[in-house]
Design a protein around this ligand. Structure first.
Ligand code: DAH
Length: 342
């Protein structure tokens, strides 16, 4: 009786077929799952007299193996028929699916352009750490301890006494370069800087600067002016005017703020330049002799100039971006406008 039933199931398994996923599932339900006919054979074991259990067990195990082997075979059959139909479906005349290509971030593009301009006039590139000690960020740059100038740059301290902080400017790289190299030095140091400022359209706690340093014999203020004139015209166009405004930085003497003619109104006055026709792009000056000496450079023999500019500032002026936060929000609608620069 059992034998007969088993033979029928065996022949059903042998002739089973499947050509798609649904039929495969139906087969699985019928011959593999717990509730399948094969499952039932196992459940019936309970009712088989003890002396027959061994023989019965062998029989139903064979059925189980048969059912599983068939299942594997059917899976392979369905897969290969699907692949075949996929191959047949390829239509070479269809247009390609839209591959979306990213774009260079406007800050990256601006940094690259700045580097290009200065590399052509003999500046190399240098980098320094973003976590900086007091010496490189302040003391070597002639910021005396407790000097109010330190407070102009609201600092994120990591440790106090000795102080470790997130660098507040890339001027720290000037110190590192001068400590390790002998003049002539012509170097450009772009990088990220940090200040404890509330985030708004005009300020951020993380931003980027690019520092320039030129130290050699007989370097004068006219070299500083000519270098920055050249930069402004290359970066913003031939019509751009540059203005130097007397200022104060502890590490330069004399010091000057660098302004360029407003890119939006061409100098006539608008709300970007607050009616003045000028916008500031950075600070500059002749390297203070104390700074040269702090870094082991003979200030009687060598002079130098330095400048530091905000990369966001330059990008905002160049691309007429009104809100600093756009650079870090990663809004694709903003970023994809810079595709042409890829
Ligand atoms: N480090 C200054 C700042 O972040 C900018 C600066 C001014 C850099 C004058 C210089 C410089 O190299 O000479 O405000």
């Amino acid at each position: 009786m059992q034998q007969e039933k088993i033979d029928i199931i065996k022949s059903q398994i042998a002739s089973a077929d499947a050509s798609n996923a649904e039929q495969l599932e139906a087969y699985r339900m019928q011959y593999i799952s717990k509730k399948s006919v094969v499952g039932e054979l196992f459940a019936e074991m309970r009712n088989v007299p003890n002396e027959e259990k061994k023989a019965y067990g062998q029989l139903i195990n064979e059925v189980k193996i048969l059912a599983e082997e068939k299942f594997q075979e059917l899976i392979e059959r369905v897969n290969s028929s699907q692949n075949q139909s996929k191959n047949q479906d390829i239509d070479l005349t269809l247009p390609p699916s839209n591959v979306s290509v990213g774009s260079v971030h406007p800050l990256t593009a601006t940094r690259q352009r700045i580097i290009e301009i200065f590399e052509r006039i003999g500046f190399n590139l240098s980098e320094g750490p973003e976590i900086e000690d007091d010496w490189h960020n302040f003391t070597a740059l002639n910021f005396p301890e407790n000097h109010p100038a330190r407070e102009m740059q609201d600092t994120f301290f990591i440790e106090k006494g000795p102080d470790i902080a997130l660098r507040t400017h890339t001027s720290s790289v000037q110190v590192r370069v001068m400590e390790n190299q002998k003049p002539p030095i012509r170097t450009l140091s772009p990088g990220r800087v940090y200040r404890n400022e509330a985030i708004s359209a005009r300020a951020h706690c993380i931003f980027h600067q690019v520092e320039g340093l030129y130290v050699d014999e007989n370097v004068g203020f006219s070299d500083l002016k000519n270098t920055l004139y050249h930069f402004a015209k290359e970066m913003f166009g031939k019509e751009t005017k540059v203005r130097f405004r007397p200022s104060y930085f502890p590490f330069t003497e004399p010091s000057a703020e660098i302004d360029i003619s407003c890119q939006l109104c061409g100098g006539a006055g608008c709300n970007v330049c607050k009616g003045t026709g000028w916008v500031e792009i950075g600070g500059s000056g002749m390297v203070d002799p104390n700074v040269l000496e702090n870094c082991g450079i003979d200030s009687k023999k060598y002079t130098g100039f330095a400048f530091g500019m905000g990369i966001e500032r330059i990008a905002m002026l160049k691309y007429q971006i009104k809100d600093l936060r756009l650079f870090t929000e990663n809004d694709i609608r903003f970023l994809k406008q810079f595709k042409a620069m890829t």
